[in-house]
Design a protein. Structure first.
Length: 370
């Protein structure tokens, strides 16, 4: 029995520690799926992208021109107003009284002038009959001329009083959109009060933008006319959307800004719906010349590093790096001057994590980006 138990617990051959699994034979990396577009040549016009700011053609800061009690605010803030529309009303009582007073003084001096004319005529008649003296005639003449001068002063005072009375009704000098009121009824206003409200015209509007002198020099080297005739301007908002209507350049400044080495230019845009707002910062695209065949790719394909800008293309099932030189923009795409010849499959989707030499599976991009 003892021999049986001894045999039952007899140790087997030594197994040693667990052996690690051999991972030296790696499986090929799975190809990443990427969206591509074919780089192709399209007829595009040369464009320049600039930063501009929208400006109302007419802008009025409404101020009080007399001192008085503000009785009424007659407009709705933010609304469109017509030229001549009432905006503010100032208490009229004192100014109406000033008009009446000036009118009364004028009437009084008119009577004095009538009397002086009669006295002068009588003095001249007496002098002619040698019944009067030269001194009396001269005194009558001086009195008549003084009366005439007083009438001029009275008429000026009456006109001034009437103008001040008219200033009690503040009206809009232009048609446009009116801002908020900076003062409400019940307050005393005066020329020192400052701006009561602001009105800006709506249609059309200006877009002003600086153009670098380098662009003008480049145009001259290419033999292109830098005249503004034929140049179309486009506006793009901060979210990338384009304004529906093009504009025309109507002014280029005659001097260069010494601080920025730029020339100020301005384009006029129709704005019937009030989409363009005074002071708004926008991107301006200038398009000129005839269309030329250019290689165009989406901006989404561009990658930058310390060496510059490059794109990834699909070549023999792998991603390949192509350094590119750009030549401006066209819509949402960019023009490639060097680095691509056309026909390459350019990666625009799934770029993250892809490096040159990485295996990729190409498929058409989900949306058109050029």
């Amino acid at each position: 029995m003892r021999d049986f138990l001894r045999a039952a617990v007899r140790p087997g051959p030594a197994r040693g520690p667990p052996q690690p699994i051999n991972l030296q034979h790696d499986a090929p990396a799975a190809a990443a799926s990427v969206g591509v577009i074919v780089a192709e040549r399209k007829p595009v016009k040369r464009t320049i992208d600039l930063v501009g700011r929208i400006e109302a053609i007419e802008r009025v800061e409404v101020r009080a021109r007399i001192t008085g009690y503000l009785e009424k605010v007659s407009f709705q803030e933010g609304a469109l107003v017509k030229a001549g529309a009432p905006l503010y009303s100032i208490e009229k009582g004192l100014f109406e009284a000033a008009v009446d007073q000036a009118q009364g003084v004028l009437n009084k001096d008119k009577a004095a002038k009538t009397l002086s004319e009669v006295q002068l005529q009588r003095a001249e008649e007496l002098l002619a009959k040698q019944a009067g003296t030269q001194v009396a005639r001269d005194q009558a003449l001086a009195a008549d001329q003084a009366a005439a001068g007083a009438l001029l002063v009275d008429e000026a005072n009456l006109k001034t009083a009437q103008i001040n009375l008219d200033y009690t009704e503040i009206t809009s000098p232009i048609a446009g959109k009116i801002g908020k009121t900076n003062i409400t009824k019940g307050n005393v206003v005066s020329p020192q009060t400052g701006i009561l409200t602001t009105i800006v015209s709506q249609d059309p509007v200006y877009v002003s933008f600086p153009v670098s002198v380098r662009e003008f020099l480049a145009a001259q080297k290419e033999g292109r006319d830098v005249d503004v005739v034929g140049i179309k301007a486009y506006v793009f908002f901060s979210d990338g959307t384009a304004y529906s209507q093009p504009g025309k350049i109507n002014f280029v400044n005659v001097i260069v800004d010494r601080g920025t080495d730029t020339i100020l230019a301005r384009a006029s845009f129709p704005n019937p719906d009030g989409v363009l707002v005074d002071g708004q910062l926008v991107r301006v695209g200038l398009e000129s010349g005839s269309a030329q065949e250019r290689l165009l790719i989406p901006q989404a394909a561009l990658i930058s590093d310390q060496e510059g800008i490059y794109v990834l293309i699909v070549e023999d099932g792998k991603a390949a790096v192509r350094r590119v030189k750009l030549g401006g923009t066209s819509g949402t795409g960019v023009i490639v001057e060097e680095g691509l010849t056309g026909g390459e499959q350019v990666i625009v989707e799934g770029i993250q994590g892809i490096r040159g030499g990485s295996p990729v599976h190409a498929q058409p991009a989900s949306t058109s980006r050029s």
